[in-house]
Design a protein around this ligand. Structure first.
Ligand code: ADP
Ligand code: MG
Length: 258
């Protein structure tokens, strides 16, 4: 029997990046809060986003997290252009694909830790206290599940926030200065959680001012006045614990691929 099927040899293609930003800008009047940013983030990468205050980090994170839309350019998530999705599809991405961690923890003050985690579940319409308790256990807070935010330390509140962000097993975790309000010991607890997520294949984008936190990622990109002005790959060496300005003097100019 002769096989008449023509087999076309296709070259091995690199998987497209999970997140692709193409010439993204956010413009307020004369101000370009984000200015022509093009960036690929491969699946599973831990990316540190650094830059001084006002450089556009939060604006960019809000755009990536489907909380805001760019004035210009496009964002592709898993090959889907966010600007072409309808409200229901965007809601689905916010619920199921993205986990958000903030510097100000945004916990509901009159709800206990486990109830705060269940609020996130409620949005996913499957409130399950056992699962919420397991999520708290996962961040070392099983004993604190029934405390109110006001009865928790800053580090504990941040871990509740992380448990809430992780409840639906998001593919991407976006953390905006997650250790900005924490002491060193609590910073390390949060970094340990991020290391674990990274090992499990979660894509992490972490905004930080802290050289040590930035050095925990595989790659750092630097924003300045809304523009991506540098990037470097970390060599596995974790930088010194320091809240000094990050030194990007050895960084390569960012290659715009789009
Ligand atoms: P970062 O997080 O790096 O500190 P932001 O993204 O918060 O920076 O802000 C970047 C710039 O955009 C700042 O100059 C800020 O004042 C401005 N900006 C942010 N949001 C708005 C807004 N809604 N309206 C006008 N300007 C804004
Ligand atoms: Mg910010």
């Amino acid at each position: 029997m002769t096989d008449t099927t023509t087999v076309t040899a296709t070259p091995q293609q690199e998987a497209p990046a999970l997140l692709q930003l193409r010439h993204v800008s956010k413009i307020y009047g004369d101000l370009h809060a984000v200015d022509d940013v093009s960036l690929d983030v491969p699946r599973g990468q831990w990316l540190s986003l650094v830059g001084s205050s006002g450089s556009g980090k939060t604006t960019l994170m809000n755009i990536i997290g489907c909380m805001d839309t760019p004035s210009e350019g496009s964002v592709l998530l898993d090959g889907r252009e966010l600007g072409r999705l309808n409200a229901a599809q965007l809601t689905d991405i916010r619920k199921n694909v993205i986990g958000l961690v903030f510097q100000q923890f945004h916990l509901v003050p009159h709800l206990s830790a486990v109830e705060n985690v269940m609020v996130a579940q409620y949005y996913h319409s499957m409130t399950d206290e056992k699962e919420a308790l397991a999520a708290l256990d996962n961040v070392g807070l099983a004993e604190r599940a029934h405390h109110l935010p006001s009865q928790l330390s800053g580090g504990e509140q941040q871990r509740v926030c992380i448990a809430r962000a992780l409840i639906n097993h998001p593919e991407i975790v976006l953390a905006d200065e997650p250790t900005g309000n924490l002491d060193e010991a609590n910073e390390q607890l949060v970094l340990d959680i991020f290391h674990r997520l990274h090992e499990q294949g979660t894509t992490l984008i972490v905004v930080t001012h802290d050289a040590h936190v930035a050095s925990c990622g595989e790659r750092q990109v630097l924003l300045n006045h809304g523009r991506l002005v540098g990037e470097r790959l970390n060599d596995g060496h974790h930088g010194p614990r320091s809240h000094d300005m990050l030194d990007f003097s050895d960084a390569q100019p960012t290659q715009v691929r789009a």
